[in-house]
Design a binder for this molecule. Structure first.
Ligand code: HEM
Length: 299
């Protein structure tokens, strides 16, 4: 299974698309009942779909789930949890034996309906075109992820090797999520440690070593800033964002800067200071190169 970041990249689904879709939310809310009516009336009058809704309770439950999925289309939040929900939707339909072509037709009905709403409500031609493109991308992503469960199911049936691979991937995903939790908790612990370090530096400043106190406190503050950056990177990564290796180089850079500040005050050996300056220079260049590479648009 691809990562959501890759799926979004393949569809060129950008933050601009996200913003546009969330701006449609209030318009779509007014039309949700009608959109759901058009889907449900098709489901109830078509033989292949109507068979699922003999039981009144199931009908209510499923229609409520369909409505909630539709409303979420315009939430503007398309993160890892959104992706996991789509995967689950695919799996639930595979298990319920809803054929894939019915899913495609259902999306097709809603697509036609949504296009009509956008055409009626957005007067500016340029904005309308951009909105339709974003909408099409999101619906295609939904269909892509949901129907990929059908393909996986087909593979599972025919291939024993795939079953083993799938079990391994499921295990590795669980393990990786646990490790992410360990990582974020450790980062929080370390950030608290840096705050303690900073308080220690401030107390040095207040207890008669102002020069030393100010410099080391500055070093600790830079450290705190890097820790916050690290946490933000990890949070963005958990939400399905890009992983920035430059932040880790930043940590090393800051550690050496802080150490060299302290060394300057303790009037230690000049040789060691030259080595530190050389390391800071090399790390600075690497940091610059990596940041440039990270910000370069992918071809
Ligand atoms: C636009 C395409 C569709 C979407 C996005 C969608 C979405 C959903 C969602 C969110 C659920 C609840 C999943 C859960 O329990 O976590 C669900 C359940 C269900 N959907 Fe759909 N659905 C779609 C099309 C269809 C179609 C065409 C049918 C055919 C009749 C269908 C029949 C069902 C059934 C039977 C369940 C309940 C399965 C169970 O819990 O036993 N859905 N759907």
């Amino acid at each position: 299974m691809k990562s959501f970041r890759d799926v979004k990249r393949h569809y060129d689904f950008t933050e601009e698309d996200e913003r546009r879709l969330s701006s449609l939310r209030s318009v779509m809310e007014d039309y949700t009942d009608c959109a759901m009516d058009s889907l449900e009336s098709w489901m109830l009058k078509t033989k292949e779909t109507a068979q699922f809704f003999g039981d009144e309770n199931r009908k209510k439950r499923v229609f409520a789930a369909h409505r909630s999925w539709f409303v979420d289309l315009f939430s503007g939040t398309y993160d890892v949890r959104y992706y996991e929900r789509l995967i689950r939707i695919g799996q639930v339909h595979v298990r319920a034996q809803v054929e894939a072509h019915l899913m495609i037709r259902a999306i097709n009905i809603l697509r036609t309906y949504c296009i009509g709403i956008v055409n009626t409500n957005i007067q500016d031609a340029e904005e309308r075109t951009a909105m339709l493109v974003s909408l099409e991308k999101l619906l295609d992503i939904n269909l892509d992820v949901i129907t990929s469960s059908y393909m996986e199911e087909g593979l599972k049936t025919y291939s024993g090797a795939y079953r083993v691979k799938n079990a391994l991937v499921t295990f590795a995903q669980g393990f990786s999520q646990t490790m992410n939790l360990v990582l974020i908790l450790s980062l929080m612990g370390l950030t608290i440690g840096v705050v303690v370090l900073f308080v220690g530096d401030i107390s040095k400043f207040l207890t008669g070593q102002p020069e030393h106190g100010i410099v080391t406190a500055l070093g600790s503050l830079i450290f705190l800033w890097v820790m916050i950056e690290l946490m933000n990177t990890e949070i963005a990564h958990l939400k399905g964002g890009k992983f920035y290796i430059s932040v880790f180089i930043g940590v090393a850079l800051v550690a050496f800067i802080r150490e060299s500040l302290i060394m300057t005050l303790s009037h230690g050996s000049m040789d060691k200071q030259y080595v530190f300056i050389a390391i800071i220079f090399v790390l600075g260049v690497v940091f610059w190169l990596v940041t440039r590479a990270e910000n370069m648009p992918k071809g």
